[in-house]
Design a protein around this ligand. Structure first.
Ligand SMILES: Nc1ncnc2c1ncn2[C@@H]1O[C@H](COP(=O)(O)OP(=O)(O)O)[C@@H](O)[C@H]1O
Ligand SMILES: O=P(O)(O)OC[C@H](O)CO
Length: 503
């Protein structure tokens, strides 16, 4: 008998797979998460194993249900949210990926994008896709796989291969290969999708040599995406909501109206401003993307994407082995009053918005003899806030809106030092909700709205709970000094890995 008490959100992030079960009030009833392997086969390259992604996602779904002793009949619907742009190509018959997932952070196609950006198609593409040509997006990653895997191009043209971002891959696996679909928010990250006509762009598919038959069907973000194969989770559950993780977080923060903004501090940092039914073209290095597709209509957003945010804390933890858990970074940073004049620019995979420099690389500048581990940790955390400041400044110029407060979420938003420094450097109030897992919450809302678990956005808005507010405590003169230093530091990191000839 059906007794649908919960919505299940599957949140497939860059570093971990999570499953959260939510109740009607948007409370987390059960959470399970699992980190998975990151592969760096060459400098600037990043890959994941698609099978490990699926297995970890399935594992956490079972664990979340077992923890509270429920089964599929108590789940009204599944919402899926995912790291975006990450590219998977697999065989339609065997379900085997032909190559590892090429992760959004991977820079292997930077030179191909340089060539693309110089062509007429490249120059005209921003108007249609909303994106600034970059190796970040899926198009050149699919092309790379087709060109470098033996026989892939021929098999793709014979209709034997399928492409998907991580949402599409998970849905395909969860439905036993019955649904090959994505939603408008994920499609808008491929650099192959016309965000105005809401269809795959034939000219871009042709330029990147990608057969149309590989591409998934594009749906609204809230609606029917398929039903899970009963052998996987012990029963059938409908998949009713899908959105890229940053758009899901915008929805989970209830930024339903034009002008509402959120910033998520996960592996990267992503600030999105809802611009309603109007796509706003940026003149300051931001991109235009689809915020959500709901009730037959799409809303657009302006986005500033920072490639390395919380990942820099992971770097301190895993590569430099400065501490065992990310939370400890807060105590180290607070142990010193400043960074002793030094800056970290964590451009490990180039710089995203607003600089768009795939050849920038990580840099530590301004070190003097007294520079300690504590200063390094502090400078790394501060770099997350500085990158966000660059984005906010571009967003305010593009939108003409001066932001009074910033809604934050994501793993690293738990860091009180970082949030206080963010408020200080922006001179803007920072508001952290009780549930910082707004990505999962947004996916749950999209699924719950589609199946009638929630009636309306107004009902959802009543679930908002604020945990803590941070206001600026910094003097203007100090803020200016610090921001000037940051600008100089960013300049030092730029162009480092460029090996071509300057024109
Ligand atoms: N207390 C903390 N302070 C600083 N960074 C943190 C803290 N907790 C988690 N992080 C960072 O946040 C990231 C994880 O956030 P999450 O939202 O789970 O990311 P994703 O969805 O990209 O996997 C990691 O990069 C981790 O280093
Ligand atoms: O895994 P996250 O949460 O850092 O998000 C990754 C983004 O979707 C990349 O565009």
């Amino acid at each position: 008998m059906k007794n649908e008490q919960y919505i299940m959100a599957l949140d497939q992030g860059t570093t971990s797979s999570r499953c959260i079960l939510f109740d009607h009030q948007g409370n987390r009833v059960s959470t399970a998460s699992q980190e998975f392997s990151q592969h760096y086969p060459k400098p600037g390259w990043v890959e994941h194993d698609p099978m490990e992604i699926f297995a970890s996602q399935l594992g956490v779904a079972s664990r979340a249900m077992n923890q509270i002793g429920i089964g599929p009949s108590e789940i009204a619907a599944i919402g899926i949210t995912n790291q975006r742009e990450t590219t998977i190509v697999w065989d339609k018959e065997t379900g085997e990926p032909v190559y590892p997932a090429i992760v959004w952070q991977c820079r292997r196609t930077a030179e191909r994008i340089d060539a693309f950006a110089k062509t007429e198609t490249g120059k005209n593409s921003t108007a249609r896709t909303g994106l600034i040509p970059d190796a970040y997006f899926s198009a050149s990653k699919i092309q790379w796989i087709l060109e470098h895997v033996d026989g892939a191009l021929e098999r793709a043209h014979a209709g034997q291969l399928l492409f998907g971002t991580v949402d599409t891959w998970l849905i395909w696996k969860l439905t036993g290969g019955r649904s090959h679909v994505t939603d408008v928010t994920n499609a808008s990250r491929t650099m192959l999708f016309d965000i105005h006509k809401l269809q795959w762009d034939e000219e871009l598919l042709a330029w990147f040599g990608i057969p149309r038959s590989m591409m998934p069907q594009v749906c609204m973000s809230s609606g029917s995406f398929g039903i899970t194969d009963p052998t996987l989770m012990g029963g059938e559950i409908p998949i009713m909501g899908v959105a890229g993780d940053q758009q899901a977080a915008l929805f989970g923060q209830c930024c339903f109206e034009s002008g509402e903004v959120k910033n998520t501090y996960g592996t990267g940092c992503f600030m999105l401003m809802n611009t309603g039914a109007r796509p706003v073209a940026s003149r300051n290095g931001l991109i235009t993307t689809i915020a959500v597709g709901l009730d037959g209509e799409v809303q657009y957003a302006l986005e500033g994407s920072v490639f390395v945010g919380g990942a820099s804390v992971q770097w301190l933890r895993d590569e430099l082995r400065l501490f065992r858990s990310a939370e400890q970074s807060e105590d180290y940073a607070k142990a010193v009053p400043d960074t002793a004049g030094a800056y970290v620019v964590p451009a490990f995979t180039g710089l995203g918005a607003p600089h768009w420099d795939p050849y920038a690389r990580g840099t530590i500048v301004g070190i003097t003899r007294g520079f300690s581990r504590e200063h390094l940790v502090r400078a790394t955390l501060e770099s997350i806030a500085y990158q966000t400041a660059d984005i906010l400044s571009a967003m305010e110029k593009d939108s003409g809106i001066g932001l009074k407060s910033l809604k934050v979420d994501g793993g690293a938003s738990a860091n009180n030092f970082l949030m206080q420094f963010q408020a200080d450097i922006l001179n803007t109030r920072v508001v952290r909700p009780t549930c910082i897992e707004t990505t999962a919450l947004g996916a749950a809302y999209l699924a719950g709205l589609a199946c009638g678990y929630w009636e309306s956005r107004d009902e959802i808005r009543r679930n908002i709970q604020v945990d803590r507010v941070f206001d600026s405590l910094m003097e203007e003169k100090r803020r200016e000094e610090l921001l000037n230093g940051w600008k100089k530091a960013v300049n030092c990191s730029r162009g480092w890995a460029y090996q071509g000839k300057d024109e």
